[in-house]
Ligand binder design. Structure first.
Ligand code: ZN
Length: 459
């Protein structure tokens, strides 16, 4: 019998124990946003560390961050020359409110049919434990030299509050987290029989534009017609930021945008979220966007510019005949490889220099930004996961790029040069961040098998 088969058999025979371990850790309310739960967050970090020690992992440490919740580190480096996988996870959870909408206590996990209910069951203690269970199956099923790859772990306790302290932490310990690929099971699948590899996330450049004209609000009867209204000037500028084909007109905006390959476009076309589903899901009368691309491509692989907020003049009840002194817009761009937040900020400044009328003053402020992340489809980690999922589910996995950002993924790519393979057994119907969060156990067991295959494929 092959080592792989022994590991799969071990996983199959130990399902109940794996499930019990998950139930145990789900009982600890590791709510990172609420200081009242700080002890529980710490306890969960220690639980993770103890579990990793039990698996035979080495150099296990609960490492403090600068003023935040700790990071759990461990490694198992026994195979010179073999790839090193950095397992990413977060052990913190969202608050459980509103409590009255839970059918059973959020921290009293309960199995009902195929589902395990509890806060963190899907996002993402369940995913972390699927990885641990796969590693245990490989380590303890009698393979003479343990796992076929080298392993490192980075388990953070602040993902649900924006990974605030993670960036300086990773910068400080950049050497420690170097790896060939990161396995990040926090991304989930599109549906029960649709195993999914998420290989790209967009970045963000968030700006605020202020425009002002007269030194104070003016009477629109006395001055309207002689003074350029800042609200109108700003609206004219915003209208110019897209052309009639839905393309963004900031100078040089598309210069560093990587084009989609034929294969990527074919993969986008296979995704179940087609234009009709966007139409239905949003309730808009018609879709809009950059000409020549589908909605899935526009939201995953093309850059965008959105007005997130507008403020000017009188917005209270009734009427006030004001010619406002100023106007403000919050504008953010979602970025794709190889755009950077800094270059988009300077493109916006140039756009304003070239287009703002002489009748107003203006400035552009950068509020926040985050880089894109993408894994090369030829990354051996992506290929190993593709084969693993295909073997377990009997179907070619879906490839998607997501519109939002996940802090740790971009940080690991920017700081340590590590690309992430984003997967997971979470389903869109799991109620993550909501009452009655649950995990679909048959899919979870398949995930454990897939991770076992992944480690063997890569090693
Ligand atoms: Zn998560």
């Amino acid at each position: 019998m092959s080592e792989l088969q022994k590991a799969l058999d071990y996983a199959n025979q130990n399902r109940e124990r794996f499930l019990n371990a998950l139930i145990e850790v789900l009982k600890i309310p590791s709510i990172s946003t609420d200081a009242a739960f700080n002890n529980d967050v710490q306890r969960t970090a220690e639980w993770m560390a103890d579990h990793l020690k039990g698996l035979g992992m080495e150099n296990v440490e609960v490492m403090p961050t600068e003023g935040g919740h700790p990071v759990v580190y461990a490694d198992y480096i026994k195979k010179p020359g073999a790839p090193t996988v950095l397992v990413y996870g977060h052990y913190d959870v969202q608050p459980a409110d509103p409590l009255e909408l839970w059918e059973t206590g959020p921290f009293e996990p309960q199995v009902r049919g195929d589902l395990l209910f509890g806060r963190g069951s899907s996002d993402m203690k369940g995913q972390v434990l699927a990885t641990f269970s796969a590693i245990e199956s490989v380590m303890k099923s009698g393979a003479p030299d343990g796992v076929p790859v080298n392993l490192k772990f980075l388990l953070e306790g602040e993902e649900e509050i924006g990974s605030k302290n993670l960036e300086p932490f990773i910068k400080k310990h950049a050497e420690k987290f170097k790896a060939d690929v990161s396995l990040n099971p926090d991304a989930g699948m599109m549906d029960i029989d649709q195993p999914t590899i998420t290989y790209g996330l967009r970045g963000l450049a968030y700006l605020e534009i202020n425009v002002w004209g007269p030194k104070a609000d003016l009477h629109s009867g006395l001055y309207g017609g002689a003074v350029h209204n800042p609200a109108q000037a700003l609206a004219e500028l915003i209208a110019k930021m897209h052309d009639e084909k839905g393309r963004i007109t900031l100078p040089g905006f598309y210069d560093s945008v990587r084009l989609l390959s034929e294969q990527e476009r074919a993969d986008f076309a296979r995704l179940p979220n087609d234009d009709a589903s966007y139409l239905e899901g949003t309730g808009v009368p018609a879709l809009w966007g950059e000409e020549g691309y589908t909605s899935a491509e526009r939201t995953g692989a093309r850059p965008t510019l959105e007005v997130n907020g507008l403020l000017s003049g009188w917005t209270g009840p009734g009427s006030k005949t004001v010619l406002p002194a100023k106007a403000m817009a919050k504008i953010s761009c979602r970025l794709v490889p190889d755009q950077t937040p800094a270059e988009v900020e300077s493109q916006m400044v140039r756009f304003m220099e070239e287009n703002a009328p002489k009748t107003i003053h203006w400035d552009v402020k950068k509020l926040t930004g985050s880089p894109f992340a993408i894994a090369d489809l030829n990354n051996p980690g992506v290929k190993a996961m593709h084969e693993a999922m295909e073997t377990v589910w009997g179907t070619r996995p879906f490839y998607r790029r997501e519109g939002g950002s996940i802090g740790a993924v971009a940080m690991l790519q920017q700081i340590c040069g590590v690309e992430s393979v984003l997967v997971g057994t979470g389903l869109p119907s799991d109620n993550v961040h909501s009452p009655n969060e649950h995990l679909h156990l048959p899919t979870w067991y398949k995930g454990i098998d897939a991770f076992i295959h992944f480690f063997y494929n890569l090693g």
